[in-house]
Design a protein around this ligand. Structure first.
Ligand SMILES: [Mg+2]
Length: 261
């Protein structure tokens, strides 16, 4: 039985059950709308991470999000994650804070970039006049926003149909407020596999937290999974622990649970 860091997993510590906990951002660490972040609660997670990295007695918190790279990088730095890659844009990017290095999924080829550009043009032409806008900052995917999420949801089938007809290889999914159009072969799942390969932290040493059905991709790659109270009921059914508290209060409760072993 391994009890010290090894070449395979330099992040291993016998003082903790898990070496890392992978958090979705929206709905878990921050509200998905544009309301203020709970900075004091986030500072408590940063304090957790300082101890996790200094003492090795608790898992290091990193993030795995559909948010654009700069947002995920800022969260990673705010949370004092100085050691583990974070995942941005639903798997397009790994950002390595210890090296200040960003790595786009090498499986994204020029033809995929071209499909993103063509689909962007289609969205602007067809959906722009109906009040749909594109979330700024994404490189190899498209997220659509409309002030009325119900209206956005109604558009989903016709968007899927249009992408199919045009041969653009996207997976179309809905969060609480956005439609995410992601390259079909890139996901939180493929990114966590890259994370595991880069860090050496295997599934049995990983925990995860999420709130929407897309976070099943986190669930499937971790040994222990938790949800805050606001999570989708269908996802909660797959959780090892569901906090009685919502969003970041729920996440702080989950971290406490993880520290108890
Ligand atoms: Mg979420």
């Amino acid at each position: 039985m391994q009890d010290t860091p090894t070449q395979e997993n330099p992040h291993y510590s016998a003082k903790r059950r898990f070496d890392a906990v992978i958090f979705d951002i929206d709905g878990c660490l921050i509200p998905e709308d544009s309301s203020p972040l709970n900075a004091s609660a986030l500072a408590r997670i940063a304090e957790h991470n300082r101890r996790a990295i200094g003492e090795g007695d608790r898992p290091v918190v990193t993030v795995c999000s559909g948010r654009p790279h700069p947002f995920a990088e800022a969260m990673c730095r705010l949370l004092h994650n100085t050691t583990l890659p974070c995942i941005a844009e639903n798997g397009v990017w790994l950002f390595f804070p210890d090296q200040n290095r960003s790595e786009r999924d090498p499986a994204i080829r020029p033809e995929h970039t071209e499909a993103v550009m063509e689909a962007t043009k289609w969205v602007e032409t067809e959906l722009g006049p109906r009040g749909v806008s594109i979330q700024p900052g994404k490189a190899s995917s498209i997220s659509l926003f409309h002030p009325d999420p119900a209206f956005l949801k109604e558009l989903c089938p016709m968007i899927e149909q249009a992408f199919r007809v045009c041969g653009w290889p996207f997976r179309v999914s809905m969060t609480w407020r956005y439609i995410n159009c992601d390259l079909a072969h890139v996901s939180k799942s493929t990114a966590i596999e890259r994370f595991i390969a880069a860090t050496g932290i295997a599934r049995e040493r990983l925990a995860g937290v999420g709130d929407t059905q897309g976070d099943m991709m986190i669930r499937e790659h971790v040994a222990w999974f938790a949800c805050p109270a606001n999570a989708d009921e269908k996802l909660k059914a797959h959780a090892d622990y569901v906090s009685a508290h919502a969003e970041i209060e729920g996440s702080l409760d989950i971290l406490q649970k993880l520290c108890q072993g």
